[in-house]
Write a protein that binds this ligand. Structure first.
Ligand SMILES: Nc1ncnc2c1ncn2[C@@H]1O[C@H](COP(=O)(O)OP(=O)(O)OP(=O)(O)O)[C@@H](O)[C@H]1O
Ligand SMILES: [Mg+2]
Ligand SMILES: [Zn+2]
Length: 440
């Protein structure tokens, strides 16, 4: 008995005779089944024969514009997908050949490739179709099924995901770098503020110390003035009072010959006392400082020093004129010179001292040099200063924008130099003062 098979399934059961009509009906049904299933799929489904030629293809082939279903039947599977031909190095062709070989070895084959000819990413799966129950295969029988999926959107999505990941990673990197640099800036700022706070604290402490010293200096100055008034003026006034009382008694006794010399002596004492008071006042603040200016006051101070200490030769080199020195510096320059000269007299055992005051365009320089014993060596703690003189001088200098430099070698004398850098206000003031002097 003849049996008819379709798609590998046997249509005749043992002992059943099929008419031609039955077979045609069965074929029509199978066709319908194929159309209702394979044609609705979104991928290419193709049945292949022994020669890997298409025996059936679904309609997707048309929507992929690879030809009409009827035209493509009988084409080799490679030609089916590349109907317009392709180069000898076609990757799809190579992979199809390999897959076909594996299929012949009884294996299942699947691969993915981006096909430049179709401009699609393809996923291709090839499976064997087993022979029918009788084991026979007529020519044109399907031996394998090839399913070609278009995975382009999937690839695009994957690529988009990868690029998104990369850009996300780049942004995370950039943000991390930004944060790190902001963090560094913040840390630097914290350090800067901490050091500014330290400096502020230190300058507050120094200021407190300075004001304490100022109060002490003021007190000791008051004590010194009180002492001086007591010892000199007080003594003189007591002596004058006593002489006048004595003169009154002598006058009452009409001892005119004794009264006269006593009164002359008393007038001399009064004159001396006046001079003493002048000297005290001049020492407190020489009037020449206010009347003329600091350059003239220094010249006066040096003269006074020379008279007071005749064993020390004084050389004065004052190249600056009174109006050259800004008003705000006059007292400081005077007091510094006074302290430096006092130190020479007290400590240096010098035979010569020189005092120089010069004005450059934007600096005022005071130099006091002696040829005495030099400063004592600093102790291990770096300090040899027992008195307040130098410390006060340094603070006074720094408060007025100057810088003190002390240089000394034992036995080779001491050189004190102070430089004041003039501000633009100083320069303007000096200019006004100079113009005023020229007009006089
Ligand atoms: N020209 C100098 N030659 C040698 N030693 C000096 C000279 N000037 C200062 N000294 C030394 O430096 C020390 C400190 O001087 P500073 O003027 O600070 O204090 P002082 O003169 O001892 O006391 P004060 O000025 O408070 O009355 C002095 O005791 C002295 O040993
Ligand atoms: Mg001193
Ligand atoms: Zn090809």
């Amino acid at each position: 008995m003849d049996t008819y098979t379709l798609g590998g399934s046997t249509l005749a059961a043992a002992g059943t005779v099929l008419t031609r009509e039955d077979v045609q009906n069965a074929i029509a049904r199978a066709k319908q089944d194929w159309e209702s299933t394979a044609d609705t799929l979104p991928h290419v489904v193709c049945l292949l024969d022994d020669q890997r030629c298409a025996v059936r293809v679904n309609r997707v082939i048309e929507s992929w514009q690879l030809g009409r279903v009827n035209e493509v039947l009988g084409r080799d599977m490679h030609e089916l997908l590349h109907p317009g031909g392709c180069g000898p190095d076609c990757e799809l062709g190579r992979l199809l050949d390999e897959s076909w070989k594996r299929l012949r070895d009884g294996q299942f084959a699947e691969f993915e490739v981006f096909d430049c000819t179709l401009e699609r990413a393809l996923q291709v799966a090839l499976r064997r179709i087993s022979a029918d129950a009788s084991g026979r295969r007529s020519p044109g029988h399907a031996r394998a099924v090839m399913i070609v999926y278009d995975v382009t959107p999937l690839h695009a999505a994957r690529a988009a995901l990868v690029s998104l990941n990369e850009s996300l990673e780049a942004r995370v990197h950039a943000r991390t770098a930004e944060l790190e640099s902001a963090n560094r800036d913040l840390q630097n700022e914290i350090l800067r503020r901490e050091s500014a706070e330290d400096a502020l604290r230190q300058s507050r402490n120094e200021l407190a110390l300075l004001s304490q010293q100022l109060i002490k200096a003021q007190e000791s100055e008051r004590r010194r003035i009180a002492q001086e008034l007591h010892d000199s003026v007080g003594q003189s006034l007591s002596a004058i009072k006593y002489s006048l009382e004595r003169a009154t008694v002598l006058h009452r006794q009409e001892r005119h010959a004794d009264t006269h010399p006593l009164l002359i002596r008393t007038v001399e004492r009064v004159q001396e006392t006046i001079s003493e008071i002048r000297a005290i006042a001049a020492n407190l603040r020489p009037s020449v400082l206010d009347d003329l200016g600091v350059a003239s006051a220094l010249a006066w101070l040096c003269r006074e020093f020379g008279e007071t200490y005749p064993d020390i030769g004084v050389h004065t080199c004052i190249s600056a004129a009174d109006p050259d020195i800004p008003q705000r510096l006059t007292t400081t320059v005077f007091r510094c010179t006074q302290e430096l000269l006092n130190n020479v007299a007290k400590h240096a055992k010098a035979t010569h001292v020189s005092v120089a005051l010069a004005r450059e365009t934007s600096t005022v320089t005071l130099i006091v040099c002696d040829d005495g014993v030099g400063l004592p060596r600093a102790s291990s703690s770096g300090s040899f200063w027992l008195g307040h003189g130098i410390r006060n001088l340094r603070e006074r200098t720094e408060m007025t924008g100057g810088k003190l430099t002390l240089a000394s070698e034992p036995g080779c004398g001491t050189r004190a130099r102070i430089d004041w850098h003039l501000t633009s206000t100083d320069l303007a003031d000096a200019w006004t003062a100079q113009s005023a002097t020229q007009l006089k």
